[in-house]
Design a protein around this ligand. Structure first.
Ligand code: FMN
Length: 187
């Protein structure tokens, strides 16, 4: 089987539109229904919604307090658009850091789950994010684990990575399968 992977010259938000175009094509090709998007503000998820309105979209933001206090980083203008279209917006603990981050922040060192995150970042920030948000969505009961989905992530803002994967729950993390890379930044 031969498949296309698009590599971006640089990571970052400028790749958002192209990623969404490529996701739309691959979704049709594989008849995939579910798309999970990492979208801190909700902006990238709105772009996915506008371009792929027939998808079942889950939009995942940072957990409350990620930037301090108890604040959420979602922006209301995007939340409204997503809610009006029935898109699920999920806020919860990050599966590939979790309490492990609290341990390493306080005592130093690194926990096994953070090593998994670091290893996935060998591909790109976005590949790590795609895996992380798929587990979060599966554990929230928002996507099935018995069929392929498309996950979309990026580098801090916007999106630059998309993969086709078969999700898994936290408890059987190693059953998760990254089946296709649609796009990722090369450096
Ligand atoms: C749960 C979660 C974890 C994330 N982890 C990272 C990360 O480790 N590295 C990174 O560069 N971006 C990370 N991001 C950012 C996303 O990959 C993406 O660029 C961002 O959510 C897009 O948000 P926007 O739609 O507001 O632009 C994370 C986002 C979420 C929601």
């Amino acid at each position: 089987m031969e498949k296309k992977i698009t590599y971006f010259e640089n990571p970052g938000i400028e790749n958002t539109e192209k990623v969404i175009e490529l996701v739309k094509e691959r979704k049709e090709e594989l008849s995939i229904e579910n798309i999970v998007v990492a979208s801190v503000s909700g902006r990238s998820s709105v772009k996915v919604l506008e371009n792929i309105p027939d998808a079942k979209i889950v939009s995942i933001t940072h957990h409350s307090g990620f930037r301090g206090g108890d604040d959420l980083e979602l922006e209301q203008e995007y939340v409204k658009k997503l809610e009006n279209a029935g898109v699920a917006i999920y806020v919860g603990s990050h599966s590939l850091s979790g309490v492990g981050r609290g341990i390493s922040n306080k005592f130093g060192g690194i926990t096994p789950v953070e090593i998994i995150a670091g290893t996935l970042r060998l591909f790109s920030q976005g590949v790590k994010v795609c895996v992380e948000i798929s587990i979060m969505a599966a554990d929230a009961g928002l996507i099935p684990t018995d069929k392929e989905i498309i996950a979309i992530g990026g580098t801090a803002k916007g999106v630059d990575t998309a993969v086709v994967l078969k999700p898994a729950h936290m408890g059987n993390f190693f059953d998760l399968r990254i089946n296709e890379i649609i796009a990722m930044p090369r450096p």
